[in-house]
Design a protein around this ligand. Structure first.
Ligand code: CTP
Length: 485
């Protein structure tokens, strides 16, 4: 039987395959296999003399189910066995209406969704709408004899691959942290051994309240994943702050990352990845600091893309105004020295990507009190060099990750400087980007990068920072898979 390797494909085809693989969170080999499988299943569905478009209407179902149906009952059974089941617990809050959209988005990704509505949720949406959208009966009552006879709260808890709590009100979070079981939602949460994802939604003051903070710390310690909340306008007039539920697509991204990881799927499943992101703040005195214009968008996108590909990600971030990416462990730091300590603490890892714009220098001695203006004129700031985090990790003989990747922020002679950095810092790859004011990269949404490795330079087209992240993750997955062979 003939065999092909990705290397034999022409460059254009390889690039398209890489982008497709990145979009789907698969390695290039897996993507090629998926395409071949799909093409083969289409062939099997063609009636003699017909085309896929002219097949009988009953086979015109979408995606993998259609394929399985065409392949016969055994394949259909296997396909059903692969379908992941989400148990969505909808809490009582104005964001409950977004849970309806969330059901639709999850179903679009071929996930089976079963809903539980708390009593309070039913003040906002009806079980009928949740049932109509999910295509399954919605559950509401712990002591409903029919529910307990048919399926029971223990089965509800066990039959899910992931339980999602959205919106997670302050009350539901408190119940989960305290181990209560006085209604169907809390009883199911207590009875489950499956991963749980909560999407908090509440008034900013409730979110800030010490009790909520305490409960959240407890949930995180218990291994519960959290997505959001975001900041913005509240439903209550003139209220704004942190407390808006994450958008349905953000919740979907967290769901995909969690179920992929639990099932050991995804191109980076089983891999530990460290990402640094954002600027660092180097204190001059208690109110002033040295910083730079980094927004953290590229580093945060990378962390999100690696998590979506199934990696266990630790994101070490300087001060940014971005929501925490779903499904990653985030360590927030301020200075370069703190960032170095957090990165060393997060080792060992398979891959480390250094996207942070670390300040090269810090004031030699941060003043304890605010520096006052005086007759002597402007103070002279003595600076001292910060540790180079990337170089420290790349040169660490004992705990060096398999792949160490840096960025090079340049304003001139981009490739030349990046090549020198690759050698000086001892990393495997450098992504060089033009950060001159006219490029709009610092703080912007797009990036044009050149991948510099020992093998040469590859210039990628201008694209969003998310696409750069997905492209890099696909390349990392491909390289790690190659290293295994
Ligand atoms: N980096 C780091 N620690 C530092 C400085 C930089 O980890 N103290 C990392 C960055 O995260 C990036 C790479 O090193 O991945 C290159 O950073 P860059 O700012 O482009 O280069 P510098 O080393 O600071 O050199 P220069 O400012 O002279 O260009």
């Amino acid at each position: 039987m003939a065999s092909i390797t990705i290397r034999q494909l022409d460059e254009g085809l390889k690039r398209r395959l890489r982008l497709r693989a990145a979009r789907n969170g698969r390695s290039m080999e897996d993507e090629a296999r998926t395409i071949l499988r799909h093409a083969a299943s289409l062939d099997e569905r063609i009636e003699p003399g017909g085309t896929p478009e002219t097949r009988a209407p009953h086979t015109a179902r979408r995606g993998s189910s259609a394929t399985a149906h065409a392949l016969g009952p055994a394949a259909e059974h296997a396909d059903a066995a692969r379908t992941k089941r989400i148990l969505l617990i909808i809490g009582g809050g104005i964001a409950a209406y977004k849970a309806l959209d969330l059901i639709r988005r999850l179903k679009e990704r071929e996930l089976a969704v079963r809903c539980i509505l708390t009593k309070a949720a039913q003040e906002f949406i009806t079980p009928l709408s949740a049932a109509a959208l999910s295509g399954e009966r919605a559950f509401t009552d712990l002591f409903d004899p029919q529910t307990e006879f048919d399926i029971g709260h223990i089965r509800l808890a066990r039959e899910a691959d992931l339980i999602v709590l959205a919106p997670a009100t302050a009350d539901l979070i408190a119940k989960l942290a305290g181990g209560h079981a006085d209604d169907l939602a809390s009883a199911v949460l207590l009875a489950t051994d499956r991963p749980v994802l909560v999407a908090p939604a509440m008034n900013p003051r409730m979110w800030e309240h010490k009790a909520t903070r305490r409960n959240l710390v407890q949930l995180i310690a218990d291994g519960v994943a959290v997505v959001g909340p975001n900041s913005g306008e509240m439903a209550e007039a003139s209220e704004a702050g942190i407390g808006r539920m994450a958008e349905p697509l953000e919740i979907v991204a967290a769901v995909l990352s969690l179920i992929g990881r639990a099932a050991g799927e995804g191109a980076l499943a089983g891999k530990r990845v460290i990402v640094t992101s954002g600027p660092t703040h180097e204190p001059i005195d208690p109110v002033r600091y040295i910083a730079n214009r980094s927004s953290g968008k590229q580093g945060h996108s990378l962390a999100a893309a690696a998590a979506a590909a199934g990696a266990e990600v630790t994101l070490v971030s300087g001060p940014v105004h971005l929501p925490d990416p779903p499904g990653v462990k985030i360590i927030k730091v301020a200075s370069a020295q703190d960032m170095l300590a957090a990165v060393m603490n997060a080792l060992p890892a398979d891959v480390a990507v250094f996207a942070a714009a670390v300040a090269d220098w810090r004031p030699a001695k941060a003043q304890l009190n605010k520096i006052k203006k005086g007759p002597g004129g402007a103070p002279k700031l003595a600076l001292t060099e910060n540790p180079d985090i990337l170089a420290t990790v790349a040169h660490n003989t004992k705990r060096r990750p398999h792949l160490v990747i840096g960025f090079a922020a340049e304003t001139d002679h981009i490739i030349e400087h990046a090549k020198a950095k690759l050698a000086r810092k001892g990393c495997d790859w450098i992504l060089a980007n033009d950060v001159s004011a006219e490029s709009g990269v610092m703080g912007g949404d797009r990036n044009t990068v050149h991948l510099v490795t020992a093998q040469g330079v590859e210039s990628w087209p201008p694209q969003s920072k998310e696409d750069v992240a997905r492209g890099l993750v696909a390349r990392i997955a491909e390289t790690l898979a190659g290293a295994k062979r």
